[in-house]
Design a protein around this ligand. Structure first.
Ligand SMILES: [Fe+2]
Length: 184
């Protein structure tokens, strides 16, 4: 095996399915009181980054694209998802859509604005690898306001839900202690 071979080359769907069958997910990500849109198995996570299995069950709940504070790579192991990319009114050619099929590896920089907008029926399984945190915070790109930090966008009492968002009102939701609070 080449010293440059990475887990993205060697990790397969059967590896993921074996782990997913052995234990429950470590984190359920979504809005309290709602079915999670992401189930996460943590293979590694420390200051240097993280390695996750993601089972994506639905689109990102926010209508806006978002960024992340780290570089990341996603390898689609099963199913597909459709990703909206870019910042409205700023990027050329602006927001566009990419469909990622099984076998695709997608690398992202922290400033690659994106949003999962559609997922294969039955869900999509990915290996998701991140590097260390490279910048303070992350947020959402609103059509009129531009960058809105996560802390202003999400509901402080239910961080898995949209709060002030880009300025719209929100609907309160019931509690669900099982669901991890936060956007992915
Ligand atoms: Fe994301």
């Amino acid at each position: 095996m080449s010293p440059k071979t990475s887990i993205l080359d060697t990790f397969t769907l059967s590896h993921a399915e074996r782990i997913m069958a052995m234990r429950d997910p470590d984190e359920l990500i979504g809005q309290r009181g709602m079915a999670p849109y992401l189930r996460r198995w943590i293979l590694e996570r420390d200051d240097r980054g993280a390695v996750y299995i993601h089972e994506i069950l639905g689109p990102d709940p926010s209508p806006e694209t978002h960024n992340h504070p780290w570089v990341s790579s996603a390898k689609v192991l099963k199913g597909w998802y459709e990703e909206q990319r870019g910042r409205p009114y700023l990027d050329t050619p602006g927001t566009y859509v990419t469909k990622l099929h099984a076998g695709t590896v997608k690398h992202r920089r922290p400033d690659d604005w994106h949003r999962i907008q559609r997922v294969a029926p039955g869900g999509c399984i990915t290996l998701f690898v991140t590097g260390p945190v490279l910048q303070d915070g992350w947020g959402f790109w609103c059509p009129d306001k531009g960058y809105v930090p996560k802390e202003e966008y999400v509901d402080p009492d239910n961080p898995g839900a949209i709060g002030a968002g880009c300025g719209e009102a929100l609907n309160p939701t019931p509690n669900d202690a099982r669901t991890r609070e936060g956007f992915q």
